[in-house]
Design a protein around this ligand. Structure first.
Ligand SMILES: NC(=O)c1ccc[n+]([C@@H]2O[C@H](COP(=O)([O-])OP(=O)(O)OC[C@H]3O[C@@H](n4cnc5c(N)ncnc54)[C@H](OP(=O)(O)O)[C@@H]3O)[C@@H](O)[C@H]2O)c1
Length: 446
């Protein structure tokens, strides 16, 4: 065990850390390096006494020679030689779920960074924790180093929140920022993101919006007091964003961001993840690169924007550590903000008109009357077109085309319902006036 100096007290808090990857190894190294300072702050030692991972021999840049080794994370979670179990394995089921559940069942506090696990099992795990009296911390599960969970659970306890939205995936924000600054495609940016370690070898989970959806579902529960419902989120990623979309957005005073957004109304909850036109002048538009931000709209403090690094070993481990310190200090809050039996069954709000309108990009057949016919179809569903743009530099090539050539046409609509726009585009496609998939992006007047 490390020497913690004069401030060391008789009962150190003994951690068992399962998962020694990016976050787990960073956490162990921070505790080994800053142990003395932390002990001074806390008046109690925090020591890692046991660890679990798959490979015992892998070099992780940390000294684990004095630590008890477990091949099985569940055995570590139940070990009598730890006081707090830290889960940094990942995955919604499997060993992460089994180990967290096992620890909570015996009343052992747990800290995890696992959003997939919480999105799927958060309510049942919170119930187990409340029944056994264990604490469950998951600050690092949403927006990495940004203390948004603590802000919601403790800081804004009395405020009523109407809307939460944010940029919660650094990979997507890096790609969209680079596409906005340089004339390069989504595929090129993704390759760079992978080379820099910002994107996984299989980036689907990030770029198709599912990672943001998991985080949003957790935030929505903390904001509105409904059960976690990741499967009720309309999810669309950024893989179909082109330079044409980025250019039009910039010309009209917008940036494109992948936003997760949840709103509460009397009719229920609406949760969405999709690329969004946001005004260049808005605070969220200034959040670039791998940074994340979460905006909370409340009755008392109006809008609060929390921004910072959303991922990476040190920021994420720092959030894990902040949960550990809270538990060591004896802070007690229900994991999901309210006792789990008080959570309301999820209620999906019906579709509403969208204030900001839509951006639509289509490849229209270059035949007489095509644009007029498209406008008529839109009019049939009460969609008002605000502007139509046709410029050679916005040309997006068709993958497959036979028959008359096409022109890329961009339209902005006024306030309308998304279902009306989609139905109208489907009808226009059936009429034979467009080729390929239309691009449809929400404009948010944030
Ligand atoms: N990385 C980030 O920036 C970030 C940000 C926020 C939240 N998170 C969350 O933090 C968690 C960990 O992420 P990470 O990036 O650190 O992952 P990682 O680098 O892939 O590390 C995962 C660790 O889990 C271990 N592991 C896997 N299966 C295991 C098993 N069956 N038994 C024991 N150990 C097992 C691996 O062991 P081996 O090393 O031996 O293979 C590895 O050490 C995830 O839930 C992730 O979503 C990560």
């Amino acid at each position: 065990m490390q020497d913690f100096g004069d401030n060391a007290v008789a009962t150190p808090l003994r951690l068992g850390v399962a998962g020694l990857g990016n976050v787990g190894a960073t956490l162990v190294s921070i505790l080994q390096r800053d142990g003395i300072e932390l002990t001074k702050k806390l008046g109690r030692q925090i020591v890692v006494t046991a660890v679990a991972a798959r490979s015992r021999s892998r070099d992780r840049g940390i000294d684990i020679s004095g630590l008890e080794w477990f091949d099985d994370p569940v055995a570590l979670a139940k070990s009598e030689n730890i006081d707090l179990f830290v889960e940094l394995i990942g995955g919604e089921d499997g060993p992460a779920y089994a180990a967290v559940k096992a620890a909570l069942e015996i009343g052992r506090p747990v800290v995890t960074a696992n959003k997939a696990l919480l999105a799927k099992h958060g309510v049942s795990l919170a119930k187990i924790a409340e029944e056994s009296g264990a604490q469950l911390g998951f600050e690092a599960a949403v927006a990495g180093g940004i203390p948004v969970i603590k802000t919601l659970r403790e800081g804004l306890g009395s405020a009523s929140i109407a809307r939460v939205y944010g940029i919660m995936n650094g990979t997507c924000n890096y790609i969209l920022t680079r596409m906005g600054n340089e004339d390069i495609s989504f595929a090129e940016c993704l390759r760079d993101a992978q080379a820099l370690g910002y994107a996984e070898a299989d980036p689907t989970f990030d770029v198709e919006g599912f990672d943001t959806a998991h985080k949003l579902s957790i935030l929505a529960t903390l904001c509105f007091g409904y059960e976690i419902a990741p499967d009720k989120i309309q999810v669309e990623g950024i893989s179909k964003i082109t330079q044409a979309d980025i250019k039009v957005a910039a010309d009209l005073g917008y940036k494109i961001k992948l936003l997760g957004m949840a709103l509460r109304s009397e009719d229920g909850i609406e949760q969405r993840v999709h690329p969004t036109f946001v005004p260049k002048t808005s605070a969220i538009a200034g959040v670039d690169g791998v940074m994340n931000a979460v905006a909370l709209e409340t009755d008392h403090v109006h809008e609060l924007l929390l921004a910072g690094p959303g991922a990476g070993g040190p920021p994420t481990a720092s959030s894990v550590l902040s949960d550990i310190l809270d538990i060591a200090r004896g802070t007690r809050v229900p994991p999901l903000g309210v006792p789990s039996q008080e959570l309301m069954p999820y209620k999906q709000a019906p579709a509403r008109d969208h204030d900001g309108g839509f951006y639509i990009r289509i490849n229209a057949r270059d035949v007489p009357g095509a644009l007029a016919a498209i406008a008529t179809r839109m009019g049939e569903r009460s969609i008002s077109i605000e502007s139509v743009i046709q410029r050679p530099d916005l040309r997006v090539k068709d993958e497959v085309i036979d028959g008359p050539p096409t022109r890329t046409v961009v339209m902005l609509t006024q306030k309308t319902q998304e279902s009306a726009v989609r139905e109208s585009l489907a009808q226009i496609a059936t009429d034979g006036f467009i080729v390929g998939e239309p691009q449809l992006i929400r404009i948010e007047l944030l």
